[in-house]
Design a protein. Sequence first.
Length: 214
Amino acid sequence: DNFQGRKLADFIYNDLHARSAQVFVDLTSDYSMELSRVFIDHFRQMGGIIEQEIEYKSNQLSYDPQIAAAIAGKSDAVVLTGYDESGYIAARLQDKGLQAAIIGGDGWGDGDFFASGGNRLKKAYYFSHWAREWDNPTSRRFVRHYGQNGPITFGTALGYDAVHVLTAAITRAGSTDREKIREALTGSIHPEGVTGSITLDGQGDPIDKNIFVF
């Protein structure tokens, strides 16, 4: 979430040249709340303005009040940090005539998002950690080896990389002791992942890796 939130802010501010944003936050999702927090902090640091945070719960019966609030608000971008419910909300915003750019995180990258309304969007952006069409040699080998077994999602690619990152840490640690493995993970660089080069910080979180915008 830290990495993706910063990249969302960078993309919206520098690539879309948006200077104001509204953010939909799902109060039932730690993912949504944390991604929103990091995005908002970084966007403000860059000079952007957060017009409003629109809170909702993904299990509520209607999103009409939140959609109406976003339509009434004036901003260059609307960020939806949820999962499949974001497909419905984004489609309704489009139907209501929203002119702002619509952007989401990696929670959009599955079939449920598109089935709930995402497939009706005429223009929107979302982030992912991997693209099947990417011409990276490691990624192409991965697709050749595993693509015959059915659909491959970015989660599959991340899981594959995670196993190899862990294996490399065990090798460096020379042990299966959890503390030694954790120490070997921090500050490490993994140059040939399916999802690209991965650099971890002292806490074991990614500080540099590929991000894909769809």
